[in-house]
Design a protein around this ligand. Structure first.
Ligand SMILES: Cc1ncc(COP(=O)(O)O)c(C=O)c1O
Length: 392
């Protein structure tokens, strides 16, 4: 049997190889400290689980959901944006409920581009953006994210050809994998750039709840004109440790939202209504659990960065997300260093080149283990003797 070209052009899952290597090492009985993944390690807060339990006993939730999600969740998402960001959202026309934002990000090119159209993607960036590229049979150019520019794209550095042919662009702050954050000035520049070149914008706000050092991440929709050009995707996976529940939403430009909703009318029957009720509870309730979670990640970050610097590893502290983006020592590629850490130190990290060409020279470390394990990971790295202990 021969299957579709679209299927064949789907990119290989770069990190599947790492996951299977880690699984094999664990099966051999090795104590691997896995800092390679992006899976929240804490449980979902109890009030959200209780809301699910209660909703699941209501037979009304056993029926098909309305195609575009239950009204309670649409309203909760609108209220959340008003409360958290001062942004007005029409719950009927400016929200698409998503079975996780990955789905929205993958279906958006399919919904608004034609085969052969171009989109702009960050490099390094979240690998699943490329799944949307392949499924929609579109092409892409990249916007390098480099440390000298605080991991923000430099729109002025893009060629005229690239600017003119782009129809859709993805940006993502707090950023996976670099931990960079954006401010309002950057989003204002983005709106102006998008308007000048007629580019639709999707801001992936997956780590919107996770800003460090007292700085709350800014929503793209907070800046004037953002809704004219784009949408923002918000997930409950990270803010509430609900990655397995598969729930998120897109908000913003009504035309783009309608396009997503139309595609979804044909692909899904929305989500299990009980999950939607619980998601509404998560968004409506006091956000203490989110503040506590963010504080946990910040403490882990501090331990990681302090420990890394102690052994002489010259690293920058991430400003948001739950990742740290660490430079590899001289003489190694990202992959060689990743392999060395796993083989010789039983520490798994994600090799930076898996996120794009500009990821080379870095590894991504997830802040998803306890402070003790984080410390232990660096002690294991120290024993490899790769870093000069300048700061001891
Ligand atoms: C940058 C980024 N965007 C989107 C997602 C997808 O999140 P979800 O599909 O769970 O909403 C992730 C998950 O790791 C991510 O890192």
């Amino acid at each position: 049997m021969e299957f579709s070209k679209r299927l064949q052009q789907l990119p290989p899952q770069f990190f599947a190889a790492l996951a299977s290597k880690v699984a094999q090492a664990v099966a051999e009985g090795r104590d691997i400290i896995n800092l390679g993944q992006g899976n929240p390690d804490q449980p979902t807060p109890p009030h959200i689980i209780e809301a699910l339990q209660q909703a699941a006993t209501d037979p009304q939730t056993h029926k098909y959901s309305p195609f575009r999600g239950v009204q309670e969740l649409r309203q909760a998402a609108a209220d959340f944006y008003k409360r958290e960001y001062g942004v007005e959202i029409d719950p009927d026309t400016e929200i698409a409920i998503l079975g996780g934002t990955k789905i929205g990000l993958v279906e958006l090119p399919l919904a608004i581009l034609n085969p052969g159209d171009y989109m702009l993607l960050p490099d390094p960036g979240y690998p699943d953006y490329l799944s949307g590229v392949a499924l929609a049979d579109v092409k892409f150019d990249t916007m390098p994210l480099v440390v000298e520019n605080a991991f923000l794209p430099d729109y002025d550095a893009l060629s005229d050809e690239v600017k003119e042919r782009a129809k859709l662009m993805y940006i993502n702050y707090p950023n996976n994998p670099t931990g960079g954050v954006a401010d309002e000035t950057f989003f204002e520049k983005t709106v102006a750039f998008a308007k000048e070149h007629h580019i639709a914008v999707a801001h992936d706000f997956a780590y919107g709840a996770l800003g460090f050092d007292g700085v709350k991440p800014v929503s793209f929709l907070q800046v004037e004109g953002a809704k004219d050009v784009g949408i923002e995707l918000y997930t409950l996976s990270k803010s509430y440790n609900m990655a397995g529940w598969r729930v998120g939403f897109a908000v913003g430009n009504a035309k783009m939202i309608e396009a997503i909703n139309t595609i979804q009318d044909h692909l899904f029957c929305s989500l299990f209504p009980a999950v939607q009720h619980a998601a509404a509870e998560a968004l409506n309730a006091e956000q203490h659990c989110v503040e506590a979670l963010c504080a946990t990640y910040e403490s882990r970050r501090n331990v990681l960065i302090e420990e890394a610097r102690r052994i002489g590893w010259d690293v920058e502290a991430p400003k948001g997300s739950f990742f740290a983006w660490l430079p590899v020592p001289e003489g190694f590629t990202s992959q060689q260093f990743t392999d060395l850490l796993l083989d010789k130190a039983d520490v798994a990290v994600a090799s930076g080149n898996g996120f794009g060409e500009y990821g080379e020279g870095y590894v991504r470390v997830g802040l998803l283990v306890s402070e003790e394990r984080m410390k232990e990971a660096i002690v294991r790295v120290e024993k490899l003797g790769l870093f000069t202990t300048l700061m001891k």
